[in-house]
Design a protein around this ligand. Structure first.
Ligand code: NAP
Length: 247
């Protein structure tokens, strides 16, 4: 397991699913994890689990649709812990609908949380990382941002936006030894996918060369790799964790 001993890592949206698996994985590798959810209860559940298994996690509330809250949160983490080594922008939502039925509210809500929220978090964390001359920013995008998906015009636009933004930020921060990469999950078993009708799931799995849905831990392993010092010469990349769905 890569050593993240003493690293200060932020993971957003870690109450469940992929974010929770990332928090558990980074903590198992030795990082102190500041994990967030929209409620204290949700964040506490993951932090308690991490701490019970010998890890070190701190639970915080963060709503990514509020730019002021995001900037204040990142700055408070920096003040409290002295540095920010790893920022994992994982939190995300869906508000699916076909284009012609998609309301401006559904569009805006997803863009606010999934794209603008990531921008505000990166913007706030970039300064301390640049001063440290060290940092890892890992953004969770989706294969849908690469290939599109009917019913997800808002979500795929946000996820494609994350990829473009990450590459631009990677170029801006590379000389300061801050790496910015994306992980693009395919079809992963979490709350986000659990309500899909069984026939849709069967069709989706049939399109996955690996022949199964992914686990949140599959995504967490890729994030742990990108968070490690072994990847200081990798930036602006997208690693797909999708069982071969997109290649
Ligand atoms: P999930 O199970 O629905 O969990 C979403 C997380 O985001 C929760 O911790 C939730 O916190 C948090 N969150 C929701 N709204 C938020 C807001 N406004 N501000 C801050 N945090 C908020 O989702 P998941 O499947 O683990 O997905 C995690 C990431 O992977 C997302 O970016 C998603 O787009 C991406 N992804 C997932 C899949 C998949 O197949 N599951 C595929 C590709 C990409 P609360 O519990 O407090 O609501």
């Amino acid at each position: 397991m890569n050593s993240l001993h003493d690293k200060i890592a932020i993971v957003t949206g870690a109450s469940r699913g992929i974010g929770k698996a990332i928090a558990v994985r980074l903590a198992a590798a030795g990082a102190k994890v500041i994990l967030t959810a929209t409620s204290q209860d949700g964040a506490d559940k993951t932090a308690t689990e991490v701490n019970k298994s010998g890890g070190d996690a701190v639970a915080k509330v963060l709503n990514l649709s509020n730019p002021t809250e995001i900037a204040e949160f990142i700055s408070s983490v920096h003040k409290e812990f002295g540095r920010i080594d790893i920022l994992v922008n994982n939190a995300g939502i869906t508000r699916d609908n076909l284009l012609i039925r998609m309301s401006p509210e559904q569009w805006q809500e997803v863009i606010d949380v999934n794209l603008s929220g990531v921008y505000y978090a990166i913007r706030a964390a970039a300064k301390p990382m640049m001063r440290q001359r060290k940092g890892k920013i890992i953004n969770i995008t989706s294969i849908v941002g690469q290939i599109g998906n009917a019913g997800q015009v808002n979500y795929s636009a946000a996820k494609a936006g994350i990829i473009g933004m990450s590459k631009s930020v990677a170029k801006e921060l590379a000389a300061r030894n801050v790496q910015v990469n994306c992980v693009a999950p395919g079809f992963i078993e979490t709350d986000m996918t659990k309500d899909l009708p069984e026939d849709v799931k069967t069709d989706l799995v049939a399109a996955i060369p690996a022949g199964r849905m992914g686990a949140a831990e599959d995504v967490a392993n890729a994030v742990a790799f990108l968070a490690s010092d072994e990847t200081d010469y990798i930036t602006g990349q997208v690693i797909n964790v999708d069982g071969g769905m997109v290649m």
